[in-house]
Design a protein around this ligand. Structure first.
Ligand code: GLP
Length: 268
């Protein structure tokens, strides 16, 4: 796991956007895994800016979103399908049929989840998976106690997540209690993973993610089992890390695969 700490949120967001742009430049037909939530809004704004400046194109890419609320149609303003259209897709050149989200409006959510997993297996693997981080350590909507081997499925949200996300719903508006989410094993099958977390309210989950023991109680810790994860943080989110000085000194060497370092040393 590579942990990068930036002085502020803007620096963290810019670094995450650069990584996405670099991925698409290197591989225009990339399959991207996309995320929603407040943290991602600034990332999508940065990517729209890069697109408008001609620095990146999405015309050869495909995308799979992590999750969707059950019971909301894609036209519902609080659905993640609507979020993605409004905040990203309608501003860039993704082909309309190349952006996938779970079908939260299906009357058979488990079947819809299975079909989504099958689509990922058929059209994937995901080359670069973007992740936000829940305050309770959830990734996608994999709440504490989710199986670390889970695949895409219907799941129930915890009171902590419902409270955290209630800010997106108007007073009196009904808030879905269930969602379809990629599973933890689905997420881990991406080739590369980029997690962006900013703000002090994420500090406890970040400390578990980077330095805690692997546990289904903190689903984000499953990322420790993946060999190509970059965690991008601002200083408030990094506040509780015991080795924060070490991460601040990251000079890029951490990108090298230990095996290739061994080979280089042998050859020298
Ligand atoms: C939702 C999404 C997650 C996201 C999380 C963080 O719960 N399902 O994928 O990581 O929000 O949201 P925010 O960035 O608003 O804190």
């Amino acid at each position: 796991m590579r942990t990068l700490v930036f002085p502020d949120r803007a620096g963290a967001v810019a670094a995450a956007a650069s990584a996405v742009v670099a991925q698409l430049r290197q591989q225009p037909e990339s399959v991207l895994g996309l995320a929603t939530g407040g943290t991602m809004e600034a990332l999508y704004e940065a990517l729209i800016g890069a697109y408008r400046r001609g620095e990146v194109s999405f015309c050869g890419a495909r995308s799979f979103n992590l999750d969707e609320y059950i019971g909301l149609s894609p036209e519902h303003p609080q659905s993640y399908a609507h979020y993605m259209q409004r905040r990203f897709f309608q501003h860039v050149d993704f082909p309309a049929d190349a952006t996938y989200l779970p079908d939260g409006a299906s009357s058979e959510p488990e079947a819809a989840a299975g079909a989504y997993e099958a689509d990922i297996l058929r059209l994937g693997p995901i080359d670069l998976q973007l992740l936000g981080l829940g305050r309770n350590g959830h990734i996608g909507f994999n709440e504490p106690s989710s199986s670390l081997a889970s695949r895409t499925r219907a799941t129930r949200l915890t009171p902590s997540t419902l409270t955290a996300n209630s800010r997106f719903f108007a007073r009196g508006e009904s808030q879905p209690s269930h969602a379809i989410t990629m599973g933890i094993a689905t997420i881990l099958s991406a080739r590369e993973i980029l997690l962006l977390a900013t703000g002090a309210e994420k500090a406890e989950a970040v400390a578990q993610l980077v330095e805690g023991p692997v546990s289904a109680f903190w689903p984000c810790t499953a990322l420790q089992m993946h060999r190509d994860v970059t965690v991008i943080l601002d200083e408030p989110a990094a506040r509780d890390l015991r080795m924060v000085d070490h991460y601040r000194r990251d000079d890029g060497i951490g990108q090298a695969d230990p095996v290739s370092i061994g080979v280089a040393q042998t050859g020298a």
